[in-house]
Design a protein around this ligand. Structure first.
Ligand SMILES: C[S@@+](CC[C@H](N)C(=O)[O-])C[C@H]1O[C@@H](n2cnc3c(N)ncnc32)[C@H](O)[C@@H]1O
Length: 232
């Protein structure tokens, strides 16, 4: 399969570092979602982990191991530098891997849970991605994801999956795709996940870059929270 097209390059990583440590409105929502799933003793994959922001949270909530993967070697190097690849006794409890394309380099049923924070709207083929996330999740395991969920004004649905430039606090920006949450839900179900919860939550993290996007009045940017379970 082709390499992922939207990985963060060196300059995006450098700008992302400037706001990665800031508290973000989604943190509380994510924490409460993670408390609602079986996280005690769980091996968790952080898909598109970036600078590894969620690894400490996952471990503090009781995960036994966190594996973060991201296509950007710059982001992974940043995560390794910031957090190290932690050990508890002889066991590695935090690992960061550069993964540039599917299939994922993990065995079937490797993880009790998968977390993915602000990644799905970078992924052109979410069907293939969700099938892979499903494959590496244990039966009855969970998926928790937050992502930009774009709603289109009637007549502008053709903008789905076209480029959408976003900016973050502190001036970081990135090219993403205008991804409707309905696509994620449909593909998650098709992959074999059962939807436990899907809702839009207030999004104060990312914003459309108005001068770079001519359709800014035709779409609404929300943040979708998905909690799903792999059917047994
Ligand atoms: C907005 S950052 C989020 C990073 C991290 N999850 C966080 O919340 O801080 C998006 C990340 O997705 C990664 N990415 C881009 N395309 C991807 C893909 N197809 N699969 C997995 N990750 C991808 C980028 O390299 C980048 O690190």
């Amino acid at each position: 399969m082709d390499k992922f097209p939207f990985k963060y390059d060196q300059s995006e990583t450098a700008r992302y570092m400037q706001f990665d440590d800031m508290p973000q409105p989604v943190d509380a929502v994510l924490e409460s979602a993670l408390r609602s799933v079986e996280i005690q003793g769980a091996e968790v994959l952080d898909y598109g982990c970036g600078l590894g922001r969620e690894a400490p949270r996952l471990l503090s909530l009781g995960a036994s191991k966190v594996v973060g993967c991201d296509p950007s070697s710059e982001m992974i190097a940043g995560a390794q530098q910031k957090l190290g690849e932690g050990k508890r006794g002889d066991a590695a409890v935090v690992n960061f891997d550069v993964v540039e394309k599917l299939p994922l380099p993990y065995e079937d049923n490797s993880f009790r849970g998968v977390l993915s924070r602000f990644v799905f709207h970078y992924v052109p083929d979410t069907k293939a991605m969700l099938m892979e996330l499903h494959r590496v999740t244990k039966p009855d395991g969970w998926l928790v994801a937050v992502f930009s969920d774009v709603q289109f004004e009637p007549g502008f649905e053709h903008l789905a999956n076209t480029d959408l430039p976003l900016e973050f606090p502190g001036g970081a920006s990135a090219r993403t795709l205008a991804k409707p949450g309905s696509e994620i839900i449909e593909n998650a179900k098709a992959a074999g996940f059962e939807i436990v919860r899907f809702e839009d939550i207030p999004n104060a993290t990312a914003a459309i870059i108005p001068d770079s996007y001519q359709y800014k009045d035709k779409i609404r940017l929300e943040t979708g929270l998905l909690i799903a379970r792999k059917k047994v």
